[in-house]
Design a protein around this ligand. Structure first.
Ligand code: KDG
Length: 315
């Protein structure tokens, strides 16, 4: 049984051990990245049953991705291993001032070949929430079909569909992104988006306007992520500004996914919308304090200690 099913590509990410152009980097650390599996990991660390559905290559990197996600408590039983296509790869780059960039080596990857006829609908039917980001439809026409079919399926089955547009400018043009992602809002129950994405897709980043436009489209719950300014959350009955949780920033990649995990955990636990926003803000902040996307995320007791301000020095 699972509470949340996420669908999308996971990649092996290489993180340079020095902050300089990649041509000068000699050593890297290897971690798993991927917006949807990041959400699943965050939820699993908070004690929720999260499944990740995707394809990986039947190669060493594919085995590595599955092994790591399982180790974090994510159910990978529905993942397909593909002997004909490789697991995708991405390499991060940091400038001395800690600005990060990513380079993708994922064209033709196993996950990009996921198609509607490979989806296990009975598996999805057991979910309390289905979560997908806008990265998945950018991967290939068949992935776009999968996302649209899953969103329609969720609506028909009455399963809340959680959607984060997660625009990746390196994967497609803004016109393509807007044309594909905007209609998905109307199929979503929960929309978790960044202010820059709101500006691109909805023509405004003003929190009250964003929330009002999305509620008019039928979205019941909105979380607008405002980076270092925190978040603005609404369930249509009340709306709240959530202050950012302060940490020293090391690597901002993965913060949005961590926010989503904390926020969705709050929804699963039936918490008021303001508390869901706070849970998201804490998880997002803890993600940026370390280099990988999920390595900085706390387990439940660590999270509760931050949430309830009861952290102790361990001796
Ligand atoms: O949100 C973080 C993701 O962007 C990162 O883990 C890699 O999924 C990824 C992507 O496609 O950019």
């Amino acid at each position: 049984m699972h509470e949340v099913v996420t669908i999308g590509e996971s990649l092996v990410a290489l993180i340079p051990d020095s902050h300089t152009k990649l041509r000068y980097v000699n050593t890297f650390s290897k971690v798993v990245a991927g917006a949807e599996s990041n959400v699943a990991v965050g939820l699993a660390k908070l004690g929720h049953k999260a499944s990740w559905l995707s394809k990986v290559g039947a190669d060493e990197l594919g085995h590595y991705v599955i092994r790591e996600l399982r180790a974090e408590g994510v159910d990978t039983s529905a993942v397909i291993m593909d002997s004909d296509h490789p697991t995708g790869l991405m390499i991060k780059e940091f400038t001395p001032s800690l600005q990060s960039s990513v380079y993708y080596y994922r064209k033709g990857s196993a996950a990009s070949t996921l198609s509607v006829d490979e989806i296990d609908w009975d598996f999805l039917r057991k979910a309390k929430i289905i979560h997908i980001s806008g990265i998945t439809p950018a991967l290939s026409p068949s992935c776009k079909e999968v996302v649209e079919a899953v969103a329609r399926f969720a609506k028909k089955e009455g399963i809340p569909f959680s959607f984060d547009p997660n625009i990746r400018k390196k994967l497609w043009s803004m016109e393509e992104a807007t044309e594909t992602l905007t209609p998905l809002f109307s199929l979503a129950d929960l929309v978790l988006l960044g202010d820059e994405e709101a500006q691109i897709l909805l023509g405004t980043d003003k929190p009250e306007e964003v929330v009002s436009i999305l509620h008019q489209k039928g979205v019941s719950t909105v979380a607008l992520k405002l980076g270092e300014k925190g978040a603005y959350v609404s369930d249509g009955k009340s709306a709240h500004y959530i202050a950012a949780h302060q940490v020293t920033v090391v690597d901002t990649i993965g913060a949005g996914d961590a926010f989503n995990a904390g926020f969705l955990a709050g929804i699963l636990e039936g918490k008021p919308i303001e508390a869901c926003g706070r849970m998201g803000a804490i998880m997002g902040a803890l993600a940026v304090g370390s280099y990988g996307d999920t390595e900085g995320l706390p387990d439940r007791s660590g999270f509760d200690a931050v949430m309830h301000n009861t952290q102790e020095v361990q001796r």
